[in-house]
Design a protein around this ligand. Structure first.
Ligand SMILES: [Zn+2]
Length: 274
């Protein structure tokens, strides 16, 4: 979509390139420009420059350069509209959307909030008595606590409606929980939690939103792996587990694996491009 010019002008005026780049790169002033270590290629002396006057960056090493939006596209690996939304959020500006888009956007945001709250709930449970079976499973798989934290892992309890009760108490409707794929209709007018007694692996997109969940059983029961179905915020062919972390890797190339836990163990072993 095209953003109105007046909005774009305000966005760039409120997104000073020195501030934005400065939150990723340590900059020191040399003459009228600032210099630092290039975030896009590996180097020991800073050939990455920022011009406050021209509001641009340029690297004399890898020749990358551009304005503030370009910087976010490169650094956060985002397409142009998402880079604009990213900067708008940072600057506290509301992105102008069309009326239909706005309503869809609101519903979408509710589902993302719900997923985030569910992920936090599972994450907390992992540290509590209810999470013991999952903690023991992680120990057996030699997955360290720091790794589990890094991936935001959680535990779903061995019960039928714990998440359902917790999230409705927070103000989410059953329709929203259904739409997010977190509960299941029992066809008798009731609902129950989809994920029970499982290791929970939130699927986080490159913008940092929890869009879905992967999960694994702890015993021999089936199905071994259960993942969220497609939802208004989750399209399987557009999201890769772990890409939110791998996009920051300085390693060459990318390691593509079949299983979520393969990704986790590779990251733990230092292959943060998995
Ligand atoms: Zn460079």
């Amino acid at each position: 979509m095209a953003f109105p010019q007046s909005f774009m002008d305000e966005l760039t005026a409120r997104s000073d390139i020195v501030d934005v780049v400065g939150s990723y790169v340590q900059l020191t002033r040399r003459g009228s420009n600032l210099f630092g270590l290039c975030p896009f290629h590996s180097e020991k002396t800073g050939s990455f420059s920022v011009s406050p006057d021209k509001q641009i960056y340029y690297c004399f090493g890898c020749k990358r350069g551009g304005g503030v939006i370009n910087f976010i596209m490169e650094e956060e690996n985002l397409p142009f509209p998402d880079a604009v939304r990213f900067l708008a959020k940072r600057a506290g500006l509301e992105v102008p959307e069309e009326e239909g888009d706005r309503e869809a956007g609101r519903r979408r945001q509710r589902l993302l909030d719900l997923n985030r709250d569910a992920a936090r709930f599972y994450y907390r449970l992992l540290q509590q008595p209810e999470g013991r079976a999952v903690r023991e499973y992680l120990n057996r798989r030699q997955i360290r606590k720091a790794t589990a934290v890094n991936f935001g892992m959680g535990a779903s309890p061995d019960a039928w409606d714990v998440l359902l009760n917790e999230m409705t108490a927070k103000g989410y409707s059953k329709a929203e929980l259904l739409s997010a794929g977190l509960i299941v209709d029992n066809r008798k007018g009731g609902f129950y939690d989809k994920f029970r007694n499982r290791l929970m692996l939130p699927v986080i997109d490159t913008r940092g939103d929890v869009v879905a969940f992967g999960s694994r059983v702890l015993d021999k029961s089936e199905p071994k792996y259960m993942n969220s179905s497609e939802t208004p915020v989750y399209s399987k062919r557009r999201v890769l587990y772990g890409l939110n972390l791998a996009k920051k890797s300085k390693r060459q190339g990318i390691l593509l694996c079949e299983g979520n836990l393969d990704i986790v163990t590779l990251h733990q072993a230092g292959f943060d491009n998995a």
